[in-house]
Design a protein around this ligand. Structure first.
Ligand code: PBG
Length: 325
C-alpha cells in the first residue's frame, strides 16, 4: 500500500520536502506616501497607513532590516492638485519624486520601484487621458507615461512599473529611458492586469475612485486567460524586464500559464482587496489572519510567482519567523 503520509510525519520531514518557500527576498512592500507630517491609518487596509516622506523612509528602513529589499511607491495626491490630464504627474519635484530621492539617499540598498500610471493624479480616476466622449486616448497617454518614467529615473528609481494597461507603453517607456541614458532602469510591466473588484481598498487609500465609467476598455476581462498570455508576450517583446500578474489569488492559473511561456521573471500583485478580506475576517475572529495570509502567499509562490507585491509582507514574515522558533 502506498503511504504518502510518511512524507508528512514530522515537522523536520515536512520542512525537508516542502516544494515551495516564502522568504523576505520574494516580497515587495507597497508604500503610500502623502504630503505633510505624520501617518494616517487606512480604514479599509487594516495595518497599512499613508506616510509622510520622512516616515516612509523610516518604514523602508525597518522593512529592509527585516530582509524586505524592495518597495513600490504610490503617491496620495490631494484633490486640489488633480485635474483631467493628471498634470501633477509631470511636475518636477512632486511628492513621488521627492520620496524616491529620500529613500534612495537614506536607505541606499533598498530597491525602489514606482508605479507609473495617471490615476492617482486624474480628477476622474482613469489611467488615461480622455477625449470629449470619455474615450481613452491611448497613444497620448503612453507619451505621458514615458515622461513620468524618465522623471522617476532621474529621481533615482531603479524600477518603473507601468500599471495602466495602455497598448505599446513598454516599448515607448524603454525608448524614452534609453534616450535619456537610463539604460539601467528596469521595467516591471503589469502585463496582465484584470478589471477587478479587488482594487476597492486601494482606491480608498489614494482617493482615486472612478468618477464615471469603468476600466474594462483597458484592463483585462476576468473571463480570459489566453489574452493575458498575449499581453505578457507582447510586453516581453517590447522590452519588459519582469512581468506582473494582478490580482493574484483569483488568477493563479494565469500566473502558472504565463510562467510556462516566458523566460522573464514573473511576479504577482496580491492586491488590496485580497489582503482586506482576510484582515476583515480576522478582526471578527473568524479566521487566523497571519496563517491565512501566509497560505495566500505560499500558494502564489506555488503557482509560479518569483516575487509578490503584498501589503502582508511584514506581517507574514513575522509569522514565518515565529513559527520556526
Ligand atoms: C493604478 C493601480 C491600481 C492598483 C495598483 N495600481 C488600481 C486600479 O487600477 O484601479 C491596485 C492595487 C491594489 O488594489 O492593491 N493604476
Amino acid at each position: 500500500m502506498e503511504r504518502p503520509r510518511r512524507n508528512r510525519s514530522s515537522s523536520a520531514i515536512r520542512a525537508l520536502l516542502a516544494e515551495s518557500d516564502l522568504l523576505p527576498r520574494h516580497l515587495i512592500a507597497p508604500l503610500f506616501v502623502k504630503e505633510g507630517e505624520g501617518h494616517e491609518p487606512i480604514t479599509s487596509l487594516p495595518g497599512i497607513s499613508r506616510f509622510s516622506i520622512d516616515l516612509a523612509v523610516e518604514e523602508a528602513r525597518r522593512l529592509f532590516q527585516k530582509g524586505i529589499q524592495a518597495v513600490d511607491l504610490f503617491p496620495v495626491i490631494p484633490l486640489e492638485k488633480k485635474d483631467p490630464q493628471g498634470s501633477e504627474a509631470l511636475r518636477k519635484g512632486n511628492l513621488l519624486l521627492r520620496t524616491v530621492d529620500a529613500i534612495r539617499n537614506r536607505v541606499p540598498d533598498m530597491c525602489v520601484m514606482v508605479d507609473v500610471a495617471l490615476d492617482p493624479y486624474t480628477s476622474h480616476g482613469h489611467d488615461g487621458l480622455l477625449d470629449a466622449h470619455h474615450r481613452i486616448l491611448n497613444d497620448a497617454t503612453v507619451e505621458r507615461l514615458a515622461e513620468m518614467s524618465v522623471l522617476a529615473a532621474e529621481a533615482g528609481a531603479h524600477v518603473v512599473a507601468p500599471s495602466d494597461m495602455m497598448d505599446g507603453r513598454v516599448k515607448e517607456i524603454r525608448k524614452a529611458l534609453d534616450q535619456s541614458n537610463f539604460t539601467d532602469v528596469s521595467i516591471l510591466s503589469y502585463a496582465a492586469k484584470y478589471a477587478s473588484a479587488f482594487y476597492g481598498p486601494f482606491r480608498d487609500a489614494l482617493g482615486s475612485q472612478l468618477q464615471f465609467g469603468d476600466k474594462k476598455s483597458y484592463q483585462l476581462d476576468p473571463a480570459n486567460r489566453r489574452e493575458a498570455l498575449r499581453e505578457s508576450l507582447l510586453d516581453q517583446a517590447e522590452g519588459a524586464d519582469m512581468l506582473l500578474i494582478k490580482p493574484a489569488l483569483p488568477y493563479l492559473d494565469v500566473i502558472a500559464e504565463v510562467k510556462k511561456h516566458t523566460v522573464l521573471p514573473v511576479g504577482a500583485y496580491h492586491v488590496s482587496g485580497e489582503y482586506a478580506m482576510v484582515m476583515a475576517a480576522a478582526q471578527n475572529g473568524w479566521i487566523d489572519g497571519p496563517k491565512a495570509l501566509y497560505e495566500s502567499l505560499i500558494s502564489i509562490r506555488r503557482a509560479g510567482a518569483d516575487f509578490i507585491v503584498t501589503y502582508a509582507a511584514e506581517q507574514v514574515m513575522d509569522y514565518v519567523l515565529k513559527s520556526h522558533d
